[in-house]
Design a binder for this molecule. Structure first.
Ligand code: UT7
Length: 338
């Protein structure tokens, strides 16, 4: 049974700002043709990706997260010392510990904030946003940052053409605050995990089960391993089911939706999901062509582009939906608040 947020809060939380950051270097499909046996045509038609942003050596998840956070502070006019909570979703933290949230807190100068990292792969941002919204909704926190940041190129095997072409680096951050009177903000969420999906998308090396060793490196265990077809099927079904269920139990239909912002893993997954849901292209945010799959970064980067393209207006009903390694799944229904 999915865990849900139906009527679970007294105070409503809202997103009061969103910013993204992708590193400046762009790797096109043609660039990848020089590294691995692939083609621009295969990548475009099988995934919808044209290019992705990639970090320079030495740039880590905390750098992208900090830049995205700085931008959302500037956008909302929030002094860093007013932030009380920082939740960072990432599967590519700078290091096992300390948490990326601590690195971001220090660099922002958010001296009154506490925080932590959360690992939920491609559902990480929606989970982080839910956590931040729960603290704001409980009345104990007034300003929280929910951040998704991943440097996927740090765990890609450029000898595995079935995975290395899919991912890119990027981050996004949202400011979460209490909604004002008469404002709706975040209405509901539904999340679940299905641990039986673990073997289909994972990085086996580097943890306590297989600590780093010559052997783990030789066996290429520090890279993403994926059974793409399994993940594909699960993602289409689960994203459509969660979104449909969330709409129904809040008394809405697909006609009420202004925009669906889905996790960007594959354009074909997005199109198959939206077909099941019965919404047309005009109501679905797609930017996978420019970023690839940035894991925890996709949904806030999607929200940013939607704002920039004038596709989000105050009061719009918005659905965020994702599936990721685990399997983790999540959907959130909200009214856009600015
Ligand atoms: O956020 C969650 C994370 N991941 C996902 O959501 C990914 C979900 N899965 C997918 O997006 C797709 O399954 C993939 C894009 C990974 C693969 O697409 P597909 O249409 O399922 O292709 P396939 O795995 O069935 O492979 C078809 C063919 C194979 O060749 P043969 O065996 O038919 O000769 C592959 O070897 O395409 C080949 N292939 C490639 N060819 C050129 C696989 N990768 C590539 C490539 N370039 N990069």
């Amino acid at each position: 049974m999915p865990v849900d947020g139906h009527n679970s809060r007294k105070i409503r939380a809202k997103i009061s700002g969103v910013s993204g950051y992708a590193p400046p270097r762009v790797m096109s499909n043609t660039d990848l043709e020089k590294i691995v046996d692939t083609s621009d045509e295969w990548i475009r038609t099988r995934t919808g990706i044209r290019e992705r942003h990639v970090v320079e050596n030495g740039v880590a998840a905390s750098d992208l997260a900090t830049e995205a956070a700085r931008r959302v502070l500037a956008q909302t006019g929030t002094p860093a010392d007013e932030i009380e909570l920082i939740v960072v979703a990432s599967v590519t933290p700078d290091m096992m510990f300390p948490a990326t949230a601590c690195l971001v807190q220090e660099r922002l100068g958010a001296k009154h904030a506490w925080g932590f990292d959360l690992s939920a792969a491609c559902s990480g941002f929606v989970y982080a946003l839910t956590v931040a919204a729960q603290f704001v909704g409980a009345g104990s926190h007034r300003k929280a940052l929910a951040i998704g940041s991943d440097v996927m190129t740090s765990i890609l095997d450029y000898k595995d053409r079935a995975t290395c072409v899919l991912f890119g680096d990027g981050a996004g951050a949202v400011m979460v605050e209490p909604a004002g009177s008469g404002e709706d903000g975040i209405l509901d969420f539904t999340h679940d995990v299905d641990g039986s999906g673990g073997p289909f998308l994972y990085m086996p090396g580097g943890g306590s089960l297989h600590p780093p060793s010559h052997e783990t490196v030789e066996k290429r265990m520090h890279y993403v391993h994926q059974d793409g077809a399994q993940v594909f099927r699960y993602a289409v079904r689960r994203m459509a089911d969660l979104a449909e269920g969330l709409l129904a139990r809040n008394g809405f239909t697909k006609k009420d939706l202004a925009l669906v912002v889905p996790h960007q893993a594959n354009l074909r997954i997005i199109r198959a999901m939206q077909e099941r849901l019965g919404v047309d292209d005009s109501k679905v945010m797609v930017n996978i062509d420019r970023y690839g799959n940035t894991t925890a970064g996709t949904i806030p980067l999607g929200l940013c582009d939607a704002v920039a393209q004038g596709r989000l207006h105050k009061g719009d009903l918005v659905m965020l939906v994702s599936v990721g390694a685990g399997y983790t799944s999540g959907a959130m229904l909200l009214r856009w608040a600015y």
